[in-house]
Design a binder for this molecule. Structure first.
Ligand SMILES: NC(=O)c1ccc[n+]([C@@H]2O[C@H](COP(=O)([O-])OP(=O)(O)OC[C@H]3O[C@@H](n4cnc5c(N)ncnc54)[C@H](OP(=O)(O)O)[C@@H]3O)[C@@H](O)[C@H]2O)c1
Length: 242
C-alpha cells in the first residue's frame, strides 16, 4: 500500500489534527483547503519542516463540484494513488428557516454530500484495494438541532451514505466509516458567543468541548483497524446522556 491519504479541510481544526496524526503514523497526506491561503501555506510549511516530503497542499473548494476534476488531475499529475480519504471539510448555512435560499441550501448539499459521492466515484477505479474512507459526520446528524436545517439533514445523510456505500466499495475491500463528533474546540466553535458555549458545556457530561487532538485516536482506529466497516462512531463527551 502507498500509505497515502487525502484529507479535505486539512489546514485547521479537526482536519489539521488528523493530518498531523497520520503524518506521525508514517503516512503521506494531500491536504486540501478552500480560501485561507495564508494559513494553509503556514501549516503546510510547518508540516514540511517536521515531516519532509510527506505533504502536498491543494486548494479545492468542496462546494464547487469542479474541484473533483482539480483533485483527480492533481493526484494523477503527481502519480499519487490513495489508500485513504478523509472527507472532513463540511459546510453549514445558519439562515433562519424562512430565509433559506435554494442556492445556499444546494451549496451545503454539494459540499457535504455530492462532492464526496462524486469524488469517490472518480477515484474508485484507481483507489487501492483494501483502502479506507472516513467521513466527519456530526452529532447534529443524530440529534436534530435548531441552528441549521441544511447542516443537520446533510450530516444525517453523511451517516446514511456511510452505511450505503459499504456494499458499493466492497468490490475492492475498501472500508467506509464516520466519526460523529459532538462539540470540538475549533475555529468553527470559537466564534460562538461565550453564553452559548457555557450553555453547551452545561449539557455535556464532561463539562467541556473536545480538543481536535483527542478526536484523532478515533480517526486512527477507523483507518488502522482492518475490520471496522460501516460504523458511525460518536465522540460527544456524554452529550447524549444529559
Ligand atoms: N467543531 C465542531 O464542533 C464539529 C462538530 C461536529 C462536526 N464537525 C465537522 O468537522 C469538520 C471540520 O470542522 P472544524 O470544526 O475542524 O472546522 P474548522 O476548524 O473551521 O476547519 C475547517 C477546515 O476545512 C476547510 N474548509 C472549509 N470550507 C471548505 C470548503 N468549502 N472546501 C474545502 N475546504 C473547506 C478550511 O479551509 P479554509 O480555512 O481555507 O476555508 C479548514 O481547513 C466539518 O465537517 C464539521 O461539520 C465539527
Amino acid at each position: 500500500m502507498s500509505n497515502s491519504a487525502l484529507i479535505t479541510g486539512a489546514t485547521k481544526g479537526i482536519g489539521k489534527a488528523v493530518c498531523e496524526r497520520l503524518l506521525k503514523e508514517g503516512m503521506s497526506v494531500v491536504m486540501t483547503y478552500s480560501f485561507d491561503d495564508a494559513t494553509a501555506r503556514q501549516v503546510s510549511r510547518e508540516f514540511e519542516d517536521r515531516f519532509p516530503g510527506k505533504t502536498k497542499l491543494l486548494r479545492a473548494d468542496i462546494s464547487d463540484l469542479q474541484s473533483i476534476e482539480v483533485i483527480a488531475s492533481f493526484l494523477s499529475e503527481h502519480h499519487i494513488t490513495l489508500s485513504c480519504v478523509v472527507f472532513n471539510a463540511g459546510m453549514t448555512d445558519r439562515s433562519d428557516f424562512l430565509q433559506i435560499e435554494p442556492d445556499n441550501w444546494l451549496r451545503v448539499f454539494n459540499a457535504n454530500i455530492h462532492f464526496p459521492v462524486f469524488l469517490m466515484q472518480k477515484l474508485y477505479p484507481v483507489f487501492e484495494e483494501g483502502g479506507c474512507v472516513v467521513f466527519t459526520g456530526s452529532l447534529m446528524g443524530i440529534h436534530p438541532h435548531s441552528v441549521s436545517l441544511a447542516y443537520g439533514v446533510t450530516k444525517a445523510s453523511v451517516h446514511a451514505l456511510v452505511k450505503n456505500l459499504v456494499k458499493f466499495l466492497a468490490g475492492k475491500k475498501v472500508r467506509v466509516n464516520a466519526v460523529a463528533p459532538g462539540f470540538v474546540d475549533t475555529e468553527w466553535q470559537k466564534t460562538k458567543p461565550v453564553e452559548i458555549r457555557d450553555n453547551i458545556n452545561r449539557k455535556l457530561a464532561l463539562g467541556r468541548f473536545c480538543t481536535p487532538e483527542e478526536l484523532t485516536d478515533v480517526y486512527w482506529l477507523l483507518i488502522n483497524n482492518k475490520y471496522m466497516n460501516g460504523e458511525i462512531v460518536v465522540c460527544d463527551g456524554g452529550y447524549s446522556y444529559c
